[in-house]
Design a protein around this ligand. Structure first.
Ligand code: C2E
Ligand code: CA
Ligand code: CA
Length: 554
C-alpha cells in the first residue's frame, strides 16, 4: 500500500478482505468486486460505515475508488479522498479513469516486456546451447569456426576441429530409453569437459556427436588430443544398476587447410569421422582421397537396399567337422552378395554397412528364411545336418526376432536341433541384459547358441558363464597362426576353459593338416576351415558331401 496526503498513518491501518461478507460495506472491496470505479459523495457515506469509522469523523466530502484492471484482473486500487464535497465532477472522473487505464496499460506493457525478455533468453539459450548437456551447440561451433577462418587469414594460425562420434549410442536410446540415453550423454559431456583446456572449446553438435575446437593446433597436437579423448571415453561409465563403456570414433579437420568455409569444413570432418567408424580406427584426419571412399560406401548402401528384393543375396554353407568322428556335423550359413555384372561382394564389406544403416534387420530375416528353406530342402534329400546362422548386435534389440524365428520354423517344419545361432562376444557385451533376454528366448526355442570370434573381444568370463550358450568358437586369428607363435597357448587355454565351463568348443580357420592334427591332440570338439571345406553354394554342398573325406555321412 502506498499513499500520499495528510492521513498516511491512518491508511496504513486499512485491511481489505474482498470476499468477506462482513466487508460489503468497504468501499475498496466493493470497487474490487464490481470491477468498476466507485464514487461516494457525502450523502452516500453512511452506506460505508467502515469508511466512516476509519476516517474517524474527519471532514470528508467525497471518495473516488478506481480499480486498476490488467487483463481482466483487479491488480490494485487507486482511491482518492477529499475533504471537499463533489470534487469528483464527471470531467474529473473521466480524467482519473483514463489515468487509471493508462496505469493499467503501463503495468501490462512492463509485464509483457519482461516475459518477452525471458522468452528471448530461453530462445537464446536453446538456440546456442544444448539443453541436455548445457554445452554450446552447433550454431556456436559454426560461429567459432567462422571466426577462426577469418582470423587465420591475417594471423596464419592453424586450428583443428575434432568431431567425436559415440558409436552405437542409438542402441542405448532404443534399449534403455531416452532418459538413460540423456544420462549417458551428460556423463560423456562431463568427462569431455574435464579434458578440454583453455585454448579448447567443447560443443555438442547433434545426437551422438560432440566436437572439440583447438586453437593453434598442429596435426600432431590434434591427433594426441583425439587419442586422449578416445581412451577417456573407453573406460567404464557407471550407471545406476549397470556399467558400460563407450567407443568413440573421431574425425579431424585442420583449419584452414581442410576447407576455406564452414560449409566445406564440416562435411570433410564428417567424411573423416565416417571413415574412422568404418575402419574401426580411433581417429582419422580428412584427406581428399577419403571422399571417394565415402562415395563408394554411400553408393553401396543404396544398392544394398535393393539387393534383397532383387534376389542378389545368396547363402553359402561351410561345413563344421566333428573332431571325434572326423565327419561333417553341420554347416555355417555365410551371406554373399552378387550384384548383377559385378564381382561378388564379401560379407565383411556389406554386413558392417548393413549394421550401420539398419539394413541388417531385413538381411537377418532373409538369412533366417533362406536357411530354413534350405534345411527343409536338405531334409527332403535326406541330409539331416544343422545350419548355423550369424546374428548381429542389432538383432538382439529386435523384439520381433523371436516370433519371426518361431513362425518361420513352424512354416518350414523345422526339426528340433536343425537351426543354430552364432553371435560374437562383443555383440553380447554391448548390452548384456538385452542379450541375456533374447538369447534365453532363442535357447528356449531349442536353438543352440555359439559364441563367435571368441578371444577377439573383451568379454568377461563371469558373464559368459551366466549366458545360455552351448559352445565357444575360437577366433580364426588364433587358429590360423597356431603353429608359429604363442597363439597355440591361447587356443589351448580356450579349449580348457570351454571344457571347464561345460561348453563345446569349435576352432575356426583350420587351413592345413598340421593345425587339424594339433587341435585333435588338444581335444577340440569341432573344427571349421578351408582345409576341410570352404563356404560353398547349396548345390556344391551336395557334391562335397559325396566326395570329401569329411563329407561321408554314412
Ligand atoms: P564369421 O562368422 O567369423 O565367419 C567365418 C569367416 O571365416 C567366413 O568369412 C569364412 O569364410 C572364413 N573362414 C572359414 N574358414 C577359414 C579358413 O580356414 N581360413 C580363413 N582365412 N578364413 C576362413 P566370410 O564368409 O567372409 O564372413 C565374414 C564375416 O561376415 C563372418 O565372420 C560374419 O561375421 C559375417 N557374416 C557372414 N554372413 C553373415 C550373415 O548372414 N549375418 C551376419 N550378421 N553376419 C554374417
Ligand atoms: Ca560365424
Ligand atoms: Ca568367427
Amino acid at each position: 500500500m502506498a499513499s500520499f496526503g495528510v492521513d498516511v498513518a491512518l491508511i496504513r491501518n486499512i485491511s481489505i478482505k474482498v470476499n468477506d461478507a462482513r466487508d460489503r460495506c468497504s468501499a475498496v472491496s466493493a470497487a474490487i468486486r464490481n470491477m468498476k470505479p466507485l464514487l461516494i459523495d457525502n450523502a452516500d457515506l453512511k452506506k460505508y460505515p467502515k469508511l466512516k469509522k476509519l476516517l474517524n469523523n474527519r471532514e470528508i466530502g467525497s471518495v473516488y475508488v478506481l480499480p486498476i484492471i490488467v487483463e481482466n484482473n483487479v491488480e490494485g486500487v487507486f482511491a482518492l479522498c477529499s475533504s471537499k464535497q463533489s470534487v469528483f465532477t464527471s470531467e474529473a472522473c473521466a480524467i482519473l479513469e483514463e489515468m487509471t487505464e493508462d496505469l493499467a496499460f503501463g503495468i501490462q506493457s512492463l509485464r509483457i516486456r519482461h516475459s518477452h525478455e525471458e522468452a528471448q533468453k530461453t530462445i537464446r539459450r536453446l538456440a546456442f546451447f544444448d539443453s541436455v548437456t548445457k554445452l554450446p551447440n552447433h550454431v556456436k561451433m559454426e560461429n567459432v569456426l567462422n571466426g577462426a577462418l577469418s582470423s587465420s587469414e591475417s594471423t596464419h594460425v592453424q586450428s583443428a576441429l575434432l568431431i567425436i562420434g559415440i558409436n552405437r549410442f542409438r542402441d542405448i536410446n532404443t534399449t534403455l530409453g531416452f532418459d538413460a540415453g540423456n544420462h549417458v550423454l551428460s556423463q560423456i559431456a562431463a568427462r569431455l569437459k574435464k579434458s578440454v583446456s583453455n585454448n579448447e572449446k567443447l560443443f555438442r553438435v547433434r545426437g551422438d556427436e560432440f566436437a572439440v575446437f583447438i586453437e593453434g593446433a598442429t596435426a600432431e597436437i590434434a591427433g594426441e588430443k583425439a587419442s586422449e579423448i578416445q581412451k577417456m571415453l573407453a573406460s567404464q561409465f557407471n550407471m545406476e544398476g549397470f556399467s558400460l563403456s563407450m567407443f568413440a570414433s573421431i574425425g579431424i579437420v585442420l583449419i584452414p587447410d581442410h576447407g576455406e568455409s564452414v560449409d566445406k569444413l564440416l562435411p570433410h570432418a564428417d567424411v573423416a569421422l565416417q571413415h574412422a567408424k568404418q575402419t574401426g580406427k580411433p581417429y582419422e584426419f580428412y584427406t581428399p582421397s577419403l571422399d571417394s571412399d565415402t562415395e563408394y560406401y554411400l553408393k553401396l548402401a543404396s544398392k544394398l537396399y535393393r539387393a534383397i528384393e532383387c534376389d542378389q543375396l545368396e547363402l553359402y554353407y561351410q561345413p563344421k567337422i566333428s573332431m571325434v568322428s572326423g565327419k561333417v556335423c553341420g554347416f555355417e550359413a555365410l551371406a554373399r552378395w552378387f550384384p548383377p555384372n559385378e564381382r561378388m561382394i564379401p560379407p565383411d564389406t556389406f554386413i558392417g554397412l548393413a549394421e550401420k544403416t539398419g539394413m541388417i534387420t531385413p538381411i537377418s530375416y532373409w538369412v533366417i528364411e533362406s536357411a530354413l528353406r534350405q534345411s527343409c530342402l536338405w531334409r527332403q534329400s535326406n541330409i539331416n545336418l544343422p545350419i548355423a546362422i550369424n546374428l548381429s548386435a542389432r538383432n538382439l534389440h529386435d523384439a520381433r526376432l523371436l516370433d519371426y524365428i518361431k513362425e518361420r520354423s513352424v512354416a518350414w517344419e523345422l526339426k528340433a536341433g536343425m537351426l543354430e545361432v552364432e553371435i560374437t562376444e562383443n555383440a553380447i557385451m554391448e548390452d548384456r541384459n538385452v542379450a541375456f533376454a533374447i538369447l534365453s528366448g532363442i535357447r528356449d526355442l531349442g536353438i543352440p547358441i555359439y559364441i563367435d570370434d571368441f578371444g577377439s573381444g573383451q568379454s568377461s568370463l563371469q558373464i559368459l558363464g551366466e549366458l545360455p550358450i552351448s559352445a565357444l568358437k575360437i577366433d580364426k586369428s588364433f587358429v590360423i597362426g597356431m603353429m608359429e607363435n604363442n597363439a597355440n597357448a591361447i587356443v589351448r587355454a580356450a579349449i580348457n576353459l570351454a571344457k571347464e565351463m561345460g561348453l563345446g568348443v569349435v576352432a575356426e580357420g583350420i587351413e592345413n593338416e598340421m593345425v587339424w592334427t594339433q587341435l585333435m591332440e588338444l581335444d577340440c570338439d569341432y573344427g571349421q576351415g578351408y582345409y576341410m571345406g570352404k563356404p560353398m553354394s547349396a548345390g556344391e554342398v551336395v557334391t562335397w558331401l559325396g566326395t570329401s573325406r569329411f563329407g561321408n555321412v554314412s
